[in-house]
Ligand binder design. Sequence first.
Ligand code: AP5
Ligand code: MG
Length: 228
Amino acid sequence: MKKIIILMGVPGSGKGTQAKKIAKKYNYGHISTGDLLRALDNNQSADPEDKKKLAEMKAGRLVADDLIYKLAFREMDGYLDAGRGVVLDGAIRNVEQAKKYQEYFVGKKLKDEVLAIEVALSDGSSYNRLTKRKVCPVCGFILPYSPENELKMDCPECNAKLIVRADDNPETIKKRIIEQGNQAIKPILDYYAGLGLLFKVDGEPAIKEVEREIERVIDNQELVISDE
Ligand code: AP5
Ligand code: MG
């Protein structure tokens, strides 16, 4: 199986939910740039210049590429140098970043170890999911939405109080869908399709079903697509 698994998709497509499962099953490092940025935001001793760049995230826009490289490449170095694979969760959000990551993989002699998977979801489903999401600020657990879970206040994994993410308010969600919805991510998908690395999984069915399809791609790489 490939050492670099790139998960892409609109906000709320299930990148985090599925990346955690992949990382656990294959003992891969899980790199979510969103989580790294939120950790930076909570880090009192972090570089104030870096923290200033988080204003973009709070407004639902992409943060500066250089901050992403600084955070993500350091994390990847750690896992890859220890011989482990990585699953990238939303770590690539524009074509410039995609190219820079490819350069990084070439430098690591991992050019043939890259697999890109789009978890496809409509912008409408994205909005519906994000307006209902609850997460654990301590262990990162993402509570699957269901009528029973809607009433849950505590994390089933570590018992901490569940929260609604700061960017999961209707106004910021709408901005994220404009900035990072299906129209916005199309050029990145085209880039990976052009390299012959893109696979697509339908993100609309139940979590377990999406997980099964992603595993089929990882294990067999048989579900080739690309919208062309
Ligand atoms: P990030 O934290 O990555 O946010 P995002 O892209 O908006 O994606 P989400 O985390 O909201 O959704 P997800 O796809 O992980 O879905 P989840 O599994 O939680 O990034 C935050 C911000 O950081 C960005 O807006 C940007 O500003 C900045 N940033 C990050 N990376 C960057 C980069 N490389 N460059 C520049 N800026 C960057 O699932 C969502 C909900 O749906 C959950 O409630 C879940 O339970 C539910 N769900 C999941 N799958 C299913 C299913 N199959 N059926 C039903 N419900 C499901
Ligand atoms: Mg996420």
